[in-house]
Write a protein that binds this ligand. Structure first.
Ligand code: 13P
Length: 329
């Protein structure tokens, strides 16, 4: 049945199913050094490798994290990094039953000849990088592009997805539609329909095996500056209509980003989407909505590590319940 000759086909399907397992989702901890620097600055810490290592050690060694988290997306530095006590971070994740993943895009740059649009770099040399990441223990990948021009973004995502599958990595396909703006929820819905139509057109053109991918969409919400806010039920209704119209049921998992929503808002919206059965596993791949309180609680002090881990576990458990549609607040 496989439309793709990848020698990894069976493993890709298995990895995707493991990451999309009931009651679990993804911890996105793949902040680039620049973004991690911003997070550390918010708690008054310098952006040194030692501080990034201390923070990431705290995250991956939270006891029992694997009950709620099936995969962790790492920045390249972390894939090769050890914990403060010298264990490989990849090994700590595996012991927790968490699949290690790797961010492979190289970020956005201005698109020449366009009207302030951007495109996402990283396709050059991606095959050999992916093979090396697999060797190092990664089993899935993430490519995040901000959608500026839909077909440009979709083409890059599809090439990345095909290259990942050729090298044994399940690609997370993430066309991020930014929340900025005053537009209402209907406008977001319209744009998202256009984007996902393009993405699946190019995924098919590139013979990507849908059973071996994961998606990371933005939820359909009003723009961040829109005065009319939406309830979790409305977000769920719009977002599920979008998915039903655009995403084939062969795709095993839909792992939403939090995109600047508050921790509780992200949980409530996910919970609302799981009030009835879906054809896919509808779950989370949050960075900020899992980490905000954890980071603040830590504040860079060794004596706060345990409390910070508890804060992470609280959010992870809440989202685990939301994945099952059982979050009650
Ligand atoms: P947020 O959940 O903070 O939006 O981050 C998810 C992510 O990995 C974006 O690429």
């Amino acid at each position: 049945l496989s439309i793709r000759a990848s020698s990894y086909a069976d493993e890709l399907v298995k990895t995707a199913k493991t990451v999309a397992s009931p009651g679990r989702g993804i911890l996105a901890m793949d902040e680039s050094n620049a973004t991690c620097g911003k997070r550390l600055a918010s708690i008054g810490l310098e952006n040194t490798e030692a501080n990034r290592q201390a923070y990431r050690t705290l995250l991956v060694s939270a006891p029992g994290l694997g009950n709620y988290i099936s995969g962790a997306i790492l920045f390249e530095e972390t894939l090769y990094q050890s914990t403060v006590d010298g264990k490989k971070i990849v090994d700590v994740l595996k012991e927790q039953g968490i699949v290690p993943g790797i961010k492979v895009d190289k970020g956005l740059v201005p698109l020449a000849g366009s009207n302030d649009e951007s495109w996402c770099q990283g396709l050059d040399g991606l095959a050999s990088r992916s093979a090396a990441y697999y060797e190092q223990g990664a089993r899935f990948a993430k490519w995040r592009t901000v959608v500026s021009i839909p077909n440009e973004a979709a083409w890059g995502l599809a090439r990345y997805a095909a290259i990942s599958q050729d090298n044994g990595l399940v690609p997370i396909v993430e066309p991020e539609i930014l929340l900025d703006g005053e537009h209402g929820i209907d406008r977001t819905f319209e744009v998202a329909q256009k984007v996902w139509a393009e993405v699946f057109f190019y995924l098919a053109e590139n013979n990507v095996m849908f059973e071996g991918i994961l998606l990371k969409p933005s939820m359909v919400t009003p723009g961040a500056e829109c005065p009319v806010r939406a309830t979790p039920q409305q977000v769920a209704e719009y977002t599920l209509s979008l998915l039903k119209r655009r995403i084939p049921p062969s795709v095993p998992g839909i792992m939403f980003l939090s995109g600047g929503q508050s921790e509780v808002e992200a949980t409530l919206n996910l919970n609302a989407m799981n009030q009835a059965p879906n054809p896919w596993h509808v779950s989370f791949s949050y960075a900020r909505a899992l980490q905000n309180t954890c980071l603040k609680t830590w504040g860079g002090a060794a004596e706060n590590v345990e409390a910070a881990q508890q804060a992470l576990l609280t959010r992870a458990k809440a989202n685990s319940l939301a994945q099952l549609g059982k979050y009650t607040g």
